[in-house]
Design a protein around this ligand. Structure first.
Ligand code: S3P
Length: 439
Protein backbone atom coordinates (compact mmCIF):
# COMPACT_ATOMS: atom_id res chain seq x y z
CA UNK A 1 0.00 0.00 0.00
CA UNK A 2 1.37 3.42 -0.85
CA UNK A 3 2.13 6.02 1.77
CA UNK A 4 -0.29 8.40 0.11
CA UNK A 5 -3.17 6.06 1.07
CA UNK A 6 -4.75 8.05 3.90
CA UNK A 7 -5.40 4.97 6.08
CA UNK A 8 -1.63 4.45 6.12
CA UNK A 9 -0.72 8.07 6.79
CA UNK A 10 -1.13 10.59 9.58
CA UNK A 11 -1.49 14.31 9.55
CA UNK A 12 0.04 15.67 12.72
CA UNK A 13 0.69 18.93 14.56
CA UNK A 14 1.19 21.63 15.33
CA UNK A 15 -0.05 20.81 18.83
CA UNK A 16 -0.68 22.41 22.20
CA UNK A 17 0.61 21.72 25.71
CA UNK A 18 0.18 18.15 27.00
CA UNK A 19 -1.93 17.78 30.13
CA UNK A 20 -3.55 15.17 32.33
CA UNK A 21 -2.65 11.63 33.07
CA UNK A 22 -2.36 8.60 30.77
CA UNK A 23 -1.33 4.94 30.92
CA UNK A 24 0.47 3.52 27.89
CA UNK A 25 -0.04 -0.16 26.87
CA UNK A 26 1.82 -3.17 28.24
CA UNK A 27 5.48 -3.92 27.70
CA UNK A 28 6.24 -5.66 24.41
CA UNK A 29 9.31 -7.56 25.62
CA UNK A 30 7.56 -8.88 28.72
CA UNK A 31 4.39 -9.79 26.80
CA UNK A 32 6.29 -11.89 24.22
CA UNK A 33 8.13 -13.76 26.95
CA UNK A 34 5.02 -14.32 29.08
CA UNK A 35 3.30 -16.13 26.21
CA UNK A 36 6.40 -18.14 25.35
CA UNK A 37 7.22 -19.32 28.85
CA UNK A 38 3.53 -19.82 29.64
CA UNK A 39 3.24 -22.09 26.60
CA UNK A 40 6.29 -24.15 27.59
CA UNK A 41 5.28 -24.42 31.25
CA UNK A 42 3.24 -27.04 33.02
CA UNK A 43 -0.07 -25.54 34.11
CA UNK A 44 -2.05 -22.40 33.40
CA UNK A 45 -0.43 -18.96 33.21
CA UNK A 46 -2.57 -15.84 33.50
CA UNK A 47 -1.06 -12.76 31.89
CA UNK A 48 -2.46 -9.33 32.82
CA UNK A 49 -1.46 -6.02 31.23
CA UNK A 50 -0.64 -7.96 28.03
CA UNK A 51 0.24 -5.79 25.04
CA UNK A 52 -2.53 -6.33 22.52
CA UNK A 53 -0.18 -5.33 19.68
CA UNK A 54 0.45 -6.98 16.33
CA UNK A 55 3.90 -8.25 17.38
CA UNK A 56 2.79 -9.98 20.55
CA UNK A 57 -0.40 -11.29 18.97
CA UNK A 58 1.76 -12.86 16.25
CA UNK A 59 3.74 -14.70 18.94
CA UNK A 60 0.52 -15.93 20.56
CA UNK A 61 -0.77 -17.12 17.16
CA UNK A 62 2.46 -19.05 16.55
CA UNK A 63 2.01 -20.95 19.83
CA UNK A 64 -1.64 -21.64 19.01
CA UNK A 65 -0.45 -23.07 15.70
CA UNK A 66 1.91 -25.28 17.72
CA UNK A 67 -1.00 -26.66 19.74
CA UNK A 68 -1.19 -24.32 22.74
CA UNK A 69 -4.62 -23.13 23.87
CA UNK A 70 -4.64 -19.41 24.65
CA UNK A 71 -7.77 -17.66 25.91
CA UNK A 72 -8.42 -13.93 25.62
CA UNK A 73 -10.84 -12.99 28.42
CA UNK A 74 -10.18 -9.30 27.65
CA UNK A 75 -7.87 -7.34 25.38
CA UNK A 76 -5.15 -7.04 28.00
CA UNK A 77 -5.41 -10.57 29.40
CA UNK A 78 -4.27 -13.95 28.16
CA UNK A 79 -4.73 -17.34 29.76
CA UNK A 80 -2.08 -19.67 28.42
CA UNK A 81 -2.64 -23.39 28.85
CA UNK A 82 0.94 -24.60 29.00
CA UNK A 83 1.85 -27.87 27.30
CA UNK A 84 5.19 -28.39 29.05
CA UNK A 85 8.68 -28.25 27.56
CA UNK A 86 8.05 -31.19 25.22
CA UNK A 87 4.34 -30.73 24.49
CA UNK A 88 4.40 -28.53 21.36
CA UNK A 89 3.13 -30.07 18.11
CA UNK A 90 4.83 -29.23 14.82
CA UNK A 91 3.01 -27.32 12.10
CA UNK A 92 3.28 -27.88 8.34
CA UNK A 93 2.44 -24.25 7.69
CA UNK A 94 5.06 -21.52 8.20
CA UNK A 95 4.99 -19.69 11.53
CA UNK A 96 4.47 -15.98 10.87
CA UNK A 97 6.27 -13.64 13.28
CA UNK A 98 4.96 -10.53 11.49
CA UNK A 99 7.17 -7.50 12.19
CA UNK A 100 8.70 -8.87 15.37
CA UNK A 101 12.45 -9.42 15.63
CA UNK A 102 11.94 -10.45 19.25
CA UNK A 103 9.37 -13.06 18.25
CA UNK A 104 11.52 -14.58 15.53
CA UNK A 105 14.83 -14.60 17.39
CA UNK A 106 13.45 -15.99 20.64
CA UNK A 107 11.38 -18.57 18.79
CA UNK A 108 14.50 -19.69 16.89
CA UNK A 109 16.01 -20.61 20.25
CA UNK A 110 12.92 -22.26 21.66
CA UNK A 111 12.23 -24.28 18.49
CA UNK A 112 15.84 -25.40 17.89
CA UNK A 113 15.41 -28.09 20.54
CA UNK A 114 12.07 -29.53 19.37
CA UNK A 115 11.47 -32.88 17.74
CA UNK A 116 9.83 -31.32 14.67
CA UNK A 117 10.84 -28.96 11.85
CA UNK A 118 9.59 -25.37 11.76
CA UNK A 119 9.74 -22.51 9.30
CA UNK A 120 9.70 -18.94 10.67
CA UNK A 121 8.67 -16.15 8.33
CA UNK A 122 8.10 -12.41 8.77
CA UNK A 123 6.95 -9.25 6.98
CA UNK A 124 9.04 -7.21 4.52
CA UNK A 125 10.96 -5.41 7.30
CA UNK A 126 11.68 -8.52 9.38
CA UNK A 127 12.74 -10.38 6.22
CA UNK A 128 15.63 -7.92 5.89
CA UNK A 129 16.92 -8.25 9.46
CA UNK A 130 20.10 -10.16 10.34
CA UNK A 131 19.58 -13.63 11.81
CA UNK A 132 23.15 -15.01 11.81
CA UNK A 133 23.60 -13.45 15.22
CA UNK A 134 21.26 -16.18 16.51
CA UNK A 135 21.75 -19.00 14.00
CA UNK A 136 25.55 -19.12 14.44
CA UNK A 137 25.65 -19.60 18.23
CA UNK A 138 22.62 -21.92 18.03
CA UNK A 139 24.54 -23.99 15.44
CA UNK A 140 27.43 -24.15 17.93
CA UNK A 141 24.92 -25.70 20.35
CA UNK A 142 24.10 -28.36 17.76
CA UNK A 143 21.05 -26.77 16.12
CA UNK A 144 20.53 -26.78 12.37
CA UNK A 145 18.86 -23.67 11.02
CA UNK A 146 18.88 -22.67 7.35
CA UNK A 147 18.54 -19.03 6.36
CA UNK A 148 18.33 -17.51 2.93
CA UNK A 149 21.43 -15.88 1.47
CA UNK A 150 22.91 -13.21 3.69
CA UNK A 151 21.63 -14.87 6.86
CA UNK A 152 18.09 -13.54 6.38
CA UNK A 153 14.65 -15.05 7.15
CA UNK A 154 12.80 -17.28 6.52
CA UNK A 155 14.45 -19.58 9.06
CA UNK A 156 14.09 -23.31 8.49
CA UNK A 157 14.69 -24.97 11.85
CA UNK A 158 15.44 -28.69 11.74
CA UNK A 159 14.00 -30.69 14.60
CA UNK A 160 15.34 -33.77 16.35
CA UNK A 161 18.77 -32.27 17.08
CA UNK A 162 20.65 -32.96 20.30
CA UNK A 163 21.62 -29.61 21.79
CA UNK A 164 24.54 -29.06 24.14
CA UNK A 165 25.24 -26.00 26.26
CA UNK A 166 27.94 -23.53 25.24
CA UNK A 167 29.70 -20.62 26.87
CA UNK A 168 29.25 -17.64 24.57
CA UNK A 169 30.29 -14.00 24.61
CA UNK A 170 27.88 -11.91 22.55
CA UNK A 171 29.63 -9.87 19.85
CA UNK A 172 26.85 -7.22 20.08
CA UNK A 173 24.78 -6.27 23.11
CA UNK A 174 21.48 -8.02 22.29
CA UNK A 175 18.84 -9.28 24.69
CA UNK A 176 17.24 -11.11 21.79
CA UNK A 177 20.35 -13.15 21.07
CA UNK A 178 20.97 -13.81 24.77
CA UNK A 179 17.36 -14.93 25.18
CA UNK A 180 17.46 -17.21 22.14
CA UNK A 181 20.47 -19.01 23.60
CA UNK A 182 18.91 -19.31 27.06
CA UNK A 183 15.70 -20.74 25.58
CA UNK A 184 17.68 -23.26 23.53
CA UNK A 185 19.61 -23.96 26.74
CA UNK A 186 16.42 -25.28 28.35
CA UNK A 187 16.68 -28.18 25.88
CA UNK A 188 20.46 -28.60 26.00
CA UNK A 189 22.70 -31.04 27.80
CA UNK A 190 24.87 -29.21 30.31
CA UNK A 191 25.32 -25.52 31.00
CA UNK A 192 24.54 -22.61 28.72
CA UNK A 193 26.48 -19.51 29.74
CA UNK A 194 26.10 -16.08 28.14
CA UNK A 195 28.39 -13.08 28.65
CA UNK A 196 27.44 -9.66 27.30
CA UNK A 197 29.71 -6.74 26.31
CA UNK A 198 27.14 -4.40 27.94
CA UNK A 199 24.26 -5.64 30.09
CA UNK A 200 20.93 -5.83 28.26
CA UNK A 201 17.34 -6.25 29.44
CA UNK A 202 17.06 -9.31 31.65
CA UNK A 203 13.37 -10.20 31.37
CA UNK A 204 14.07 -13.71 30.11
CA UNK A 205 16.29 -14.44 33.10
CA UNK A 206 13.84 -12.93 35.60
CA UNK A 207 10.89 -14.71 34.08
CA UNK A 208 12.65 -18.08 33.88
CA UNK A 209 13.36 -17.73 37.60
CA UNK A 210 9.70 -16.81 38.24
CA UNK A 211 8.65 -19.96 36.34
CA UNK A 212 10.85 -22.00 38.68
CA UNK A 213 13.80 -22.71 36.37
CA UNK A 214 17.15 -22.64 38.21
CA UNK A 215 19.17 -19.78 36.71
CA UNK A 216 22.09 -17.66 37.85
CA UNK A 217 22.28 -14.13 36.50
CA UNK A 218 23.74 -10.71 37.11
CA UNK A 219 24.17 -7.72 34.77
CA UNK A 220 26.02 -8.99 31.69
CA UNK A 221 25.96 -12.65 32.68
CA UNK A 222 23.53 -15.61 32.70
CA UNK A 223 23.94 -19.34 33.30
CA UNK A 224 21.43 -22.18 33.26
CA UNK A 225 21.38 -25.90 32.61
CA UNK A 226 18.91 -28.08 30.71
CA UNK A 227 16.66 -30.75 32.09
CA UNK A 228 14.36 -28.91 34.50
CA UNK A 229 10.69 -27.92 34.18
CA UNK A 230 8.84 -24.61 33.92
CA UNK A 231 5.95 -24.21 36.33
CA UNK A 232 3.10 -21.90 35.33
CA UNK A 233 2.83 -18.63 37.20
CA UNK A 234 0.87 -15.42 36.75
CA UNK A 235 2.58 -12.53 34.99
CA UNK A 236 1.68 -8.86 35.52
CA UNK A 237 3.05 -6.85 32.59
CA UNK A 238 4.09 -3.25 33.38
CA UNK A 239 3.39 -0.35 30.98
CA UNK A 240 6.06 -0.17 28.29
CA UNK A 241 8.80 2.41 29.00
CA UNK A 242 9.48 2.52 25.25
CA UNK A 243 5.89 3.63 24.58
CA UNK A 244 6.03 6.14 27.44
CA UNK A 245 9.21 7.53 25.83
CA UNK A 246 7.29 9.43 23.12
CA UNK A 247 5.33 11.27 25.80
CA UNK A 248 8.41 11.91 27.94
CA UNK A 249 9.95 13.72 24.99
CA UNK A 250 6.74 15.43 23.87
CA UNK A 251 5.88 16.84 27.30
CA UNK A 252 9.50 17.89 27.83
CA UNK A 253 9.69 19.90 24.63
CA UNK A 254 6.17 21.38 24.29
CA UNK A 255 5.87 24.60 26.31
CA UNK A 256 3.27 24.58 29.08
CA UNK A 257 3.09 20.78 29.34
CA UNK A 258 2.62 18.79 32.53
CA UNK A 259 1.75 15.15 32.02
CA UNK A 260 1.57 12.15 34.35
CA UNK A 261 2.47 8.73 32.87
CA UNK A 262 1.06 6.02 35.10
CA UNK A 263 2.69 2.77 36.19
CA UNK A 264 5.63 2.81 33.77
CA UNK A 265 8.03 -0.16 33.87
CA UNK A 266 11.34 1.17 35.25
CA UNK A 267 13.69 -1.77 34.74
CA UNK A 268 17.10 -0.05 34.74
CA UNK A 269 18.01 -1.81 31.49
CA UNK A 270 15.23 0.18 29.81
CA UNK A 271 15.42 3.66 31.27
CA UNK A 272 18.51 5.05 29.52
CA UNK A 273 16.38 7.72 27.83
CA UNK A 274 15.37 9.08 31.22
CA UNK A 275 19.04 9.57 32.12
CA UNK A 276 19.78 11.13 28.72
CA UNK A 277 16.83 13.54 28.95
CA UNK A 278 17.83 14.52 32.48
CA UNK A 279 21.35 15.27 31.23
CA UNK A 280 19.66 17.54 28.68
CA UNK A 281 17.84 19.37 31.48
CA UNK A 282 14.46 17.59 31.45
CA UNK A 283 12.12 17.87 34.45
CA UNK A 284 10.87 14.33 35.06
CA UNK A 285 9.96 13.17 38.56
CA UNK A 286 9.43 9.54 39.58
CA UNK A 287 6.39 9.36 41.85
CA UNK A 288 5.17 6.44 43.91
CA UNK A 289 7.97 4.01 43.00
CA UNK A 290 6.83 0.44 43.66
CA UNK A 291 7.20 -3.14 42.51
CA UNK A 292 4.54 -4.83 40.37
CA UNK A 293 4.89 -8.45 39.30
CA UNK A 294 8.55 -8.35 40.37
CA UNK A 295 9.36 -5.33 38.16
CA UNK A 296 10.07 -1.78 39.35
CA UNK A 297 7.27 0.59 38.32
CA UNK A 298 6.71 4.33 38.89
CA UNK A 299 4.42 7.15 37.80
CA UNK A 300 6.42 9.71 35.82
CA UNK A 301 5.51 13.39 36.06
CA UNK A 302 6.95 15.34 33.13
CA UNK A 303 7.00 19.11 32.89
CA UNK A 304 8.18 21.23 30.02
CA UNK A 305 11.82 22.25 30.33
CA UNK A 306 14.42 23.92 28.13
CA UNK A 307 16.58 21.11 26.79
CA UNK A 308 20.27 21.50 25.99
CA UNK A 309 22.25 19.33 23.56
CA UNK A 310 24.57 16.73 25.09
CA UNK A 311 27.03 14.06 24.11
CA UNK A 312 25.00 10.93 24.88
CA UNK A 313 27.23 8.66 27.02
CA UNK A 314 27.91 5.43 25.10
CA UNK A 315 27.28 3.44 28.28
CA UNK A 316 23.61 4.46 28.05
CA UNK A 317 23.13 3.15 24.50
CA UNK A 318 21.97 -0.42 25.26
CA UNK A 319 19.60 0.89 27.95
CA UNK A 320 17.88 3.19 25.44
CA UNK A 321 18.34 1.21 22.24
CA UNK A 322 14.68 1.58 21.20
CA UNK A 323 14.46 5.24 22.22
CA UNK A 324 16.85 6.92 19.76
CA UNK A 325 14.15 8.00 17.30
CA UNK A 326 12.49 9.93 20.15
CA UNK A 327 15.86 11.21 21.43
CA UNK A 328 16.70 12.57 17.95
CA UNK A 329 13.49 14.62 18.09
CA UNK A 330 14.45 16.05 21.48
CA UNK A 331 17.91 16.84 20.11
CA UNK A 332 16.46 18.51 17.00
CA UNK A 333 14.69 21.14 19.12
CA UNK A 334 17.20 21.43 21.99
CA UNK A 335 19.64 24.27 22.38
CA UNK A 336 23.05 23.37 20.98
CA UNK A 337 24.63 20.18 19.71
CA UNK A 338 23.78 16.58 20.55
CA UNK A 339 26.16 13.79 19.56
CA UNK A 340 25.14 10.12 19.45
CA UNK A 341 27.83 7.48 18.86
CA UNK A 342 28.31 3.76 19.51
CA UNK A 343 24.79 3.06 18.25
CA UNK A 344 25.39 1.22 14.95
CA UNK A 345 22.73 -1.34 16.01
CA UNK A 346 20.16 1.30 15.08
CA UNK A 347 20.88 0.54 11.45
CA UNK A 348 19.43 -3.00 11.73
CA UNK A 349 16.22 -2.31 13.65
CA UNK A 350 12.73 -2.26 12.06
CA UNK A 351 14.30 0.29 9.70
CA UNK A 352 17.72 1.93 9.54
CA UNK A 353 16.79 4.28 12.36
CA UNK A 354 19.73 6.63 11.86
CA UNK A 355 18.94 7.16 8.18
CA UNK A 356 15.13 7.31 8.47
CA UNK A 357 15.26 9.87 11.28
CA UNK A 358 17.97 11.96 9.60
CA UNK A 359 16.11 12.09 6.29
CA UNK A 360 12.74 12.88 7.92
CA UNK A 361 14.00 15.47 10.38
CA UNK A 362 15.97 17.19 7.61
CA UNK A 363 12.76 17.36 5.57
CA UNK A 364 11.32 19.37 8.48
CA UNK A 365 14.30 21.72 8.46
CA UNK A 366 16.38 20.12 11.23
CA UNK A 367 20.14 20.14 11.25
CA UNK A 368 21.14 16.48 11.56
CA UNK A 369 24.08 14.63 10.04
CA UNK A 370 24.47 10.86 10.04
CA UNK A 371 27.65 9.20 11.19
CA UNK A 372 28.28 5.45 10.75
CA UNK A 373 27.24 4.74 14.36
CA UNK A 374 25.08 7.69 15.30
CA UNK A 375 24.33 11.30 14.41
CA UNK A 376 25.27 14.90 15.12
CA UNK A 377 22.27 17.13 15.69
CA UNK A 378 22.29 20.92 16.01
CA UNK A 379 19.04 22.01 17.62
CA UNK A 380 16.78 24.61 16.03
CA UNK A 381 13.23 25.16 14.79
CA UNK A 382 11.12 22.68 12.80
CA UNK A 383 8.77 23.43 9.92
CA UNK A 384 5.91 21.47 8.38
CA UNK A 385 6.37 18.98 5.55
CA UNK A 386 6.13 15.34 4.55
CA UNK A 387 8.13 12.47 6.07
CA UNK A 388 8.26 8.68 5.67
CA UNK A 389 8.25 6.11 8.49
CA UNK A 390 9.39 3.20 6.29
CA UNK A 391 6.98 0.92 8.11
CA UNK A 392 8.78 1.51 11.42
CA UNK A 393 6.41 2.07 14.36
CA UNK A 394 8.83 4.03 16.50
CA UNK A 395 9.82 6.31 13.62
CA UNK A 396 6.15 7.13 12.93
CA UNK A 397 5.46 8.01 16.58
CA UNK A 398 8.65 10.06 16.87
CA UNK A 399 7.67 12.14 13.85
CA UNK A 400 4.22 12.63 15.41
CA UNK A 401 6.00 14.16 18.42
CA UNK A 402 8.22 16.33 16.20
CA UNK A 403 5.11 17.55 14.36
CA UNK A 404 3.65 19.04 17.56
CA UNK A 405 6.45 21.59 17.59
CA UNK A 406 6.59 22.22 13.84
CA UNK A 407 5.53 25.56 12.41
CA UNK A 408 3.11 23.77 10.03
CA UNK A 409 1.32 20.47 9.54
CA UNK A 410 3.36 17.30 9.01
CA UNK A 411 2.22 14.40 6.85
CA UNK A 412 3.69 11.10 8.08
CA UNK A 413 3.60 8.20 5.63
CA UNK A 414 3.52 4.45 6.23
CA UNK A 415 2.23 4.40 9.80
CA UNK A 416 0.25 1.15 9.82
CA UNK A 417 2.92 -0.67 11.85
CA UNK A 418 2.37 1.57 14.88
CA UNK A 419 -0.10 -1.13 15.96
CA UNK A 420 2.81 -3.58 16.35
CA UNK A 421 3.79 -1.97 19.66
CA UNK A 422 1.29 0.79 20.43
CA UNK A 423 -2.30 0.12 19.38
CA UNK A 424 -4.43 3.20 20.09
CA UNK A 425 -1.50 5.63 19.97
CA UNK A 426 -3.47 8.31 18.13
CA UNK A 427 -6.34 8.25 20.65
CA UNK A 428 -4.05 8.37 23.68
CA UNK A 429 -1.88 11.08 22.11
CA UNK A 430 -5.01 13.11 21.33
CA UNK A 431 -6.23 12.63 24.91
CA UNK A 432 -2.96 14.11 26.17
CA UNK A 433 -3.32 17.06 23.78
CA UNK A 434 -1.34 16.09 20.67
CA UNK A 435 -2.72 16.66 17.20
CA UNK A 436 -2.39 13.46 15.23
CA UNK A 437 -4.84 11.47 13.13
CA UNK A 438 -5.39 9.54 9.95
CA UNK A 439 -5.89 11.43 6.74
C1 S3P B 1 14.18 -6.71 22.71
C2 S3P B 1 15.51 -6.43 22.61
C3 S3P B 1 16.06 -5.32 21.81
C4 S3P B 1 15.00 -4.30 21.42
C5 S3P B 1 13.71 -4.94 20.99
C6 S3P B 1 13.16 -5.86 22.04
C7 S3P B 1 13.75 -7.86 23.52
O1 S3P B 1 16.67 -5.84 20.65
O2 S3P B 1 15.48 -3.46 20.40
O3 S3P B 1 12.74 -3.94 20.68
O4 S3P B 1 12.55 -7.97 23.83
O5 S3P B 1 14.61 -8.68 23.87
P1 S3P B 1 18.19 -6.35 20.70
O6 S3P B 1 18.32 -7.20 21.87
O7 S3P B 1 18.45 -7.11 19.43
O8 S3P B 1 19.00 -5.08 20.77
Amino acid sequence: MSASDSSQAWTAGPGAALRGSIRVPGDKSVSHRAVMLGALAQGVTRVTGFLEGEDTRATARVFEQLGVRIETPSASERIVHGVGLHGLRGSDAPLDCGNAGTGMRLLAGALAGQGFDSVLIGDASLSKRPMRRVTEPLAAMGARIDTVEGGLPPLRIHGGRELRGIEYTLPVASAQVKSALLLAGLYAQGDTVVHEPHPTRDYTERMLAAFGWPIEFSPGYARLSGGHALRATDVAVPADFSSAAFFLVAASVIPGSELLLEAVGMNPRRTGLLSALRLMGADIVEENPRSEGGEPVADLRVRHARLRGVEVPQALVPDMIDEFPALFVAAAVAEGRTVVSGAAELRVKESDRIATMAVGLRALGANIEETPDGAIVDGGALGGGAVESHGDHRIAMSFAVAAQLAAGEVRIGDVANVATSFPGFEELAAKAGMRVGHG
